[in-house]
Design a protein around this ligand. Structure first.
Ligand code: 13P
Length: 232
């Protein structure tokens, strides 16, 4: 199981360090993979059970890319995990499938563990599962499925809203993504301590990508224990 926390634009460098100390103590003996994604300014060289990944980076060693970071900056923290294709970057920062595929190729070639995020809008969900799958397929079209990576299925309408698809809807999509890609598939979108047992117990769920509910280390640690308990 993979339990990942996306801090988005929350927490400082100091706050992330305190968080890591608390989380590490709680999950030390976990059998799950535990990763947090703090903002770039809070990246840390952390050697322990918990891994620290980056929410974003530019597909370059270094160069003239104002406001971005590349491999050189990530190497300073031995960062090896990266989120690619998050819906907030697709929607707000206007990242397109072609650029997402470029990032994907660059970071997989540089031995990063990529969590590739995909997910549909509410408009598409309302058209039914077939349309959702067509859309997700299109988001994967330029992605080289022969590479080693993890998929996070995050329906946009479930992110930060407190609303999730039904458990059957989640499992059905995860199952199809599994079959299509042969990769581990995580679910993300309003995962909380209160719904994490049901979600993590779904037969096709390999873990969760948690936003808001990952900000509190003890709650996040409890999700990790739940993942250990329901381990398939
Ligand atoms: P929430 O858990 O806050 O809904 O965010 C999910 C997410 O976007 C994780 O990447």
């Amino acid at each position: 199981m993979i339990i990942a926390g996306n801090f988005k634009s929350f927490k400082t460098r100091e706050g992330t360090k305190e968080y890591l100390e608390k989380l590490e103590a709680e999950v030390l003996n976990s059998s799950s993979e535990v990763v947090i994604f703090p903002p770039s300014t809070a990246l840390q060289s952390w050697k322990g059970k918990v891994s620290v990944g980056t929410q974003n980076a530019y597909p370059t060693e270094n160069g003239a890319f104002t406001g971005e970071i590349g491999l050189e900056q990530l190497e300073e923290f031995q960062t090896k995990y990266i989120l690619i294709g998050h819906s907030e970057r697709r929607e707000i920062l206007k990242e397109r499938d072609k650029f997402i595929a470029e990032k994907f190729d660059f970071f997989t070639e540089n031995s990063f563990k990529v969590i590739l995020c995909i997910g549909e809008s509410l408009e598409i969900r309302r058209e039914g599962e077939e349309k959702v799958l067509e859309f997700l397929n299109r988001q994967l079209e330029k992605i080289d499925l022969s590479k080693d990576f993890v998929i996070a299925y995050e329906p946009i309408w479930a992110i930060g809203t407190g609303i999730t698809p039904t458990l059957q809807e989640i499992d059905s999509i995860l199952e199809k993504l599994h079959k299509l890609s042969g990769k581990k598939v995580l679910y993300g979108g309003s995962v909380k301590l209160s719904n994490s047992v049901e979600i993590l117990s779904l037969p096709n769920c390999d873990g969760v990508l948690v936003g808001g509910a990952s900000l509190e280390p003890l709650d996040f640690a409890k999700m990790v224990s739940i993942a250990d308990e329901v381990q398939k």
